[in-house]
Ligand binder design. Structure first.
Ligand code: COS
Length: 379
């Protein structure tokens, strides 16, 4: 057993940390206030090889290993979880193609993300429910050499900027896990429209919108895998994505914790810095301990991905524990700041708002527990 990062992984982390300190920390608040999409940051991340992290070199990606991907996501989220969320939307959209796509699909769509600088969006959640994937209402029907799609997806990251969507839809008249098709849909297809940008509590640098499909015709060649494989392809994709949400939560927690330590060492009450009070020390100690535990769960889950043995349970452990930790750490970081934690001048207010969604997206933490329990109780 070896807890050491390789020299290359340490170098990637150091480079990303520098990038985040110089390029993201200073502008995170501005993007949060203005709620604009940080295209210039994404262009720079691309230049540095810190974008499209899931895509192998053969398709123009940086080809980083999974641990390095997690380290990069962690560092970027320490600066801004809105930026890391939109950054990783291309990875999330790549997973179904990497898991189940033909070589032609991989070459066409993954290289458009890398070489052509495009954006993609992962379209799973629907207005009627995001947790119950089997209850998907978007319908897909084969007509000759095409599929016709009707339905609506909501809360779709980067929808306003996506050049194409990776969509899960249910075959007309079919039921059960084998009734789904995963498919790539071009943005400019007739009948596809994107709703207005959502106004959110946090992650304001990240774009979120609905996508509507009104008799959208898509060539059969855009299907990912076979008819009936869509559900499992999307579930497998989530097993790759959830550990990275865990990494993001660790980074966010780390950022909030560092702010809390700094403030506690500066703020004076009763003639001494508040870091000298045990009430504050215990909160800081719990933060440090839980962040470390979350980080180890995340690294274990990404290590299993890297080994080619993704674990559904470990992915859910990592996502659930790390995001609960991020929420708790951000809450306590605000508490340590007292009244200053509640005003926008201090970064902990943003960490607090950004933390909440970590417990909700890519499967709520209640769903993660459902997934874990199913695996425990399986024959
Ligand atoms: N990898 C591979 N196969 C998987 C899988 C995974 N991660 N998860 C489920 N499957 C398989 C199951 O093994 C089962 O296969 P068989 O029929 O061959 O036995 C099939 O898929 C159906 O699975 P299950 O019976 O568990 O489906 P349910 O409808 O009961 O529940 C949950 C599935 C709740 C786990 C699923 O709907 C889920 O993860 N929901 C949350 C989705 C989510 O994250 N939404 C937010 C998206 S924002 S990006």
């Amino acid at each position: 057993m070896d807890f050491k990062l390789s020299d290359e992984q340490l170098a990637i982390r150091a480079m990303t940390r520098d990038f985040v300190n110089n390029e993201i920390m200073p502008i995170a608040r501005m993007y949060d206030e203005e709620e604009t999409f940080p295209t210039p940051i994404f262009d720079k991340l691309r230049e540095y090889g810190l974008f499209n992290l899931a895509i192998p070199e053969e398709y123009g990606g940086p080809g980083v290993d999974k641990i390095s991907q997690a380290l990069i996501v962690e560092e970027v989220a320490r600066g801004c979880a809105g930026i890391s969320t939109s950054m990783e939307a291309n990875s999330l959209s790549s997973y179904p193609i990497l898991v189940g796509g033909s070589e032609e699909l991989k070459k066409e769509y993954l290289t458009r993300l890398t070489n052509d600088g495009e954006y993609a969006a992962f379209a799973l959640t629907e207005p009627q429910g995001g947790s119950d994937v089997m209850g998907t209402k978007t319908i897909i029907e084969r007509v000759g050499d095409e599929y016709v799609i009707n339905g609506e997806k909501c809360f779709i990251t980067n929808a306003s900027y996506a050049h194409f969507f990776v969509v899960l839809a249910k075959m007309k008249g079919e039921k059960g896990p084998n009734s789904f098709i995963a498919i790539v849909v071009e943005r400019d297809t007739e009948g596809l429209s994107v709703g207005p940008k959502e106004k959110k509590m946090g992650l304001k640098a990240s774009n979120t919108a609905s996508v509507m499909f009104d008799n959208v015709r898509v060539p059969v060649s855009n299907r990912i895998g076979e008819e009936g494989e869509g559900f499992k392809i999307f579930m497998k994709a989530l097993s790759f994505a959830r550990p990275m949400v865990g990494a993001q939560s660790v980074g966010l927690a780390q950022g909030a914790y560092e702010e809390a330590v700094k403030f506690a060492k500066e703020r004076k009450q009763f003639g001494t810095t508040i870091s000298n009070f045990q009430a504050i020390q215990f909160m800081l100690a719990d933060m440090a301990m839980n962040i470390e535990a979350a980080r180890l769960l995340v690294y274990k889950a990404v290590y299993l991905l890297q080994e080619g043995t993704p674990s559904i349970t470990n992915a859910s452990f990592a996502k659930c524990f790390a995001s609960d930790t991020a929420m708790k750490v951000a809450t306590d970081a605000v508490q340590i700041h007292g009244g200053y934690g509640f005003i926008r001048e201090y970064p902990v207010e943003k960490y607090f708002r950004d933390a909440k969604i970590q417990q909700i997206y890519e499967g709520t933490n209640q769903i993660q527990r459902v997934v874990i329990a199913k695996e425990i109780l399986k024959d």
